[in-house]
Write a protein that binds this ligand. Structure first.
Ligand code: SF4
Ligand code: SF4
Length: 409
């Protein structure tokens, strides 16, 4: 029996008919470039989504004439197999000449597939971890701020204060993954150097809900959102800052309407501001750097310039722009829960994209996302050598002047 079309907006149902089959999205898709499998091509997924929905719901005159033929479970299962082999990077939608919002369509289709029980089992593990531990990696949430214990000169309060002007929302991956805990370590030192009144949340921080949104399990994130908003209110923060673009994007779009009086700012935006105001002073460095636009910061949040303002201000440094960049920037393979659903594909995408940065001749690939850094580090280490990889907070810490009270390790 046909289900309702509640997971799709009217706009999306109309967009299904707007596709001209030009193939621009297929050219743009890094997942398709890696697999070369027809099912991962975004145009093919859109066409198949349209065919199944129309056949099941009798939306076309032909279907009505034939009496809405049933769609087999196997046809939906085939679509489901490919729907989760996608990073939700949005590169397809950026390339679409008729401006179909493909990323939104993929999210709605995942919700539809979850309603039908057709999704990778491993996503259940991530959902259960978030339900039980409040983080996606299934560690005890009391250990969320353990990275502070490894800092050489952290303050006695471990950066956890009862009230503060600013909250630094660290995110699950940077909190728990040893490969990228250097990012929050660097960022808290920079906030301290700039004289900002801030706190981290420690175990009071719950997953922002992004992995659930990406999995098509939007309903599951409401309790997390309520908790995180309540915590920000208790602290009385006027600003929440993020080194994770996916947390930032989720807060802006999902939490923002309920926090009109709170500024939500990504680390790149904050660092550009602090350097511009002279609150962080940079030393001379002869580094040649390039920059990767994280999908959830660039294409999906529209922030391309703040990181470039930081990198172009490096005294004595050289900024080498990668091609393509900004809205056409390549994907690290680590988004959209792909690393959970298909880690081999995710790793392959990271390796392909890393090559473009190595071709710039830069010594250091700078990014502004812990997941991008993890993916590129793993791809480089698999080859055994290659370009240095730093988050922008780590780079700025390396070239900023010490104040003597920043907990530098
Ligand atoms: S969102 Fe990215 S990975 Fe997914 S279909 Fe579009 S271009 Fe491909
Ligand atoms: S780029 Fe847009 S119009 Fe062209 S095939 Fe893809 S979805 Fe269709």
């Amino acid at each position: 029996m046909p289900r309702s079309l509640d997971n799709f907006s009217i706009k999306q149902l109309l967009e299904l008919d707007a596709c001209t089959r030009c193939g621009a999205c297929v050219e743009a898709c890094d997942a398709y470039a890696e697999t070369q499998e027809a099912g991962t091509a975004p145009a093919a997924r859109l066409q198949e989504s349209r065919r199944l929905l129309k056949a099941e719901h009798g939306l076309s005159w032909l279907a009505r004439l034939r009496g809405s033929p049933a769609v087999s479970d196997g046809e939906w299962q085939a679509l489901a197999k490919d729907a989760f082999r996608c990073t939700l990077c949005g590169r397809c939608g950026s390339a679409c000449p008729v401006t179909i919002s493909l990323r939104d369509l993929w999210l709605s289709m995942r919700q539809e597939l979850v309603c039908r029980g057709l999704y990778p089992e491993k996503l259940d593990l991530a959902r259960d971890a978030i339900r039980q531990q409040h983080n996606v990696v299934n560690y005890p949430n009391e250990e969320r701020a353990m990275w502070v214990d490894y800092m050489a000169a952290a303050p006695a309060d471990g950066y956890q204060r009862p009230t503060a002007e600013m909250v630094y929302f660290v995110g699950c991956v940077a909190s728990f993954s040893p490969a990228v805990q250097s990012i929050p370590e660097a960022f808290v030192q920079l906030l301290t150097r700039a004289g900002i009144d801030f706190t981290i949340l420690g175990e009071r921080e719950y997953c922002c809900g992004f992995p659930l949104l990406a999995a098509g399990m939007r309903d599951e994130m409401e309790a997390l959102k309520r908790h995180n908003i309540e915590t920000i209110r208790q602290i009385g923060a006027k600003t929440v800052t993020f080194t994770c673009p996916s947390c930032y994007n989720t807060w802006v779009h999902e939490y923002g309407p309920e926090l009109p009086d709170v500024e939500l700012v990504h680390s790149t935006q904050l660092l550009a501001r602090l350097i511009g105001e002279g609150r962080l002073k940079l030393k001379d460095s002869a580094l040649r750097v390039t920059y990767h636009d994280p999908c959830d910061l660039g294409r999906n949040s529209g922030e391309y310039e703040a990181p470039r303002r930081v990198l172009e201000q490096l005294p004595g440094g050289t900024f080498l722009e990668v091609q393509p960049n900004r809205a056409q920037g390549l994907c690290c393979g680590g988004g959209g829960d792909l690393e959970i659903a298909d880690p081999t594909l995710a790793g392959g995408m990271a390796g392909r994209t890393l090559g473009a940065f190595e071709a710039t001749g830069a010594e250091v690939l700078v990014t502004a996302c812990q997941q991008c850094k993890r993916m590129f580090q793993a791809a480089r280490d698999k080859r055994g050598a290659g370009i240095g990889i730093l988050d922008i907070a780590e780079l700025v810490l390396r070239v900023s002047e010490e104040t003597g009270s920043d907990g530098a390790s």
